[in-house]
Design a protein around this ligand. Sequence first.
Ligand code: ATP
Length: 288
Amino acid sequence: MKLSMKAPAKINLSLDVLGKRPDGFHEVEMIMTTIDLSDRIELEDRYDGKIYVSSHNRYVPDDQRNLAYQAAQLLKERFKVSRGVTITITKIIPVAAGLAGGSSDAAATLKGLNRLWNLGLSVDQLAEIGAEIGSDVSFCVYGGTALATGRGEVIQHIDHPPKCWVVLAKPELGVSTAEVYRNLNLKNIEHPDVHGMVDALKEKDYDKMCNLVGNVLETVTLNLYPEVSQIKEQMIKFGADAVLMSGSGPTVFGLVQYDSRMQRVYNGLKGFCDKVYAVRIIGERVVD
Ligand code: ATP
């Protein structure tokens, strides 16, 4: 049997780091929302018990380092599944971009294999298992819009953002999340108003949402990679209503309300940047 799953990317409307925990993880508060930019994951049952993964993308490992592979292996071992799976990833989400592409592939694999292997797990159970693979995997299992706390794996569903466009621009560089956290100095940082953002979404207040976007990791990545600052400046120049780096970067997103303005920002960035996309926020949970 064969299954095809969508694995959508996320952006962070707000990202704060509260401190470093004794276990080495950072304590975070993030508002994540799903966007309409997705990888496709095909899962095909294997009766020899093996797991294979391929993506035809030179930046994505075709072995046990792939997060989708790790998702399959974890389910196989935990639930003593004798069958295997061939995982074929059509990579659309830029890699190492701050858009949780790998985590979303892992989440889609968990959800798909739950069906393919008839495991009967609830979405909460899948999210809990996902947290063992990576902190963003839990959110990706649910999708929608959420306040993520703990190391990112404690998910509280919140109101989705008002309708708007998201223009994404990714320069030709990958950013290591670990490196950004290593360079983060928790003293003298300006914290974004994460809870104000929760209220803005509840009130469906587009202007308030735009005013409150903030990411504590932005300064770190901007210092490491000045080209990210240039992209931010271009986005502002072409008229985006709010501009922010997603996750640990380097992708920068601009929020834009009107179609004509979206076209202007998109076209303006096209001549300037490696990869540019204009997508919608999905925001609401899609149960598949
Ligand atoms: P996050 O926003 O969760 O920090 P990211 O978007 O910055 O993640 P990913 O695209 O998930 O980063 O990739 C980070 C690294 O993970 C890559 O450099 C790649 O080697 C590895 N990786 C493992 N599995 C995958 C996968 N299925 N897709 C993409 N990268 C993967």
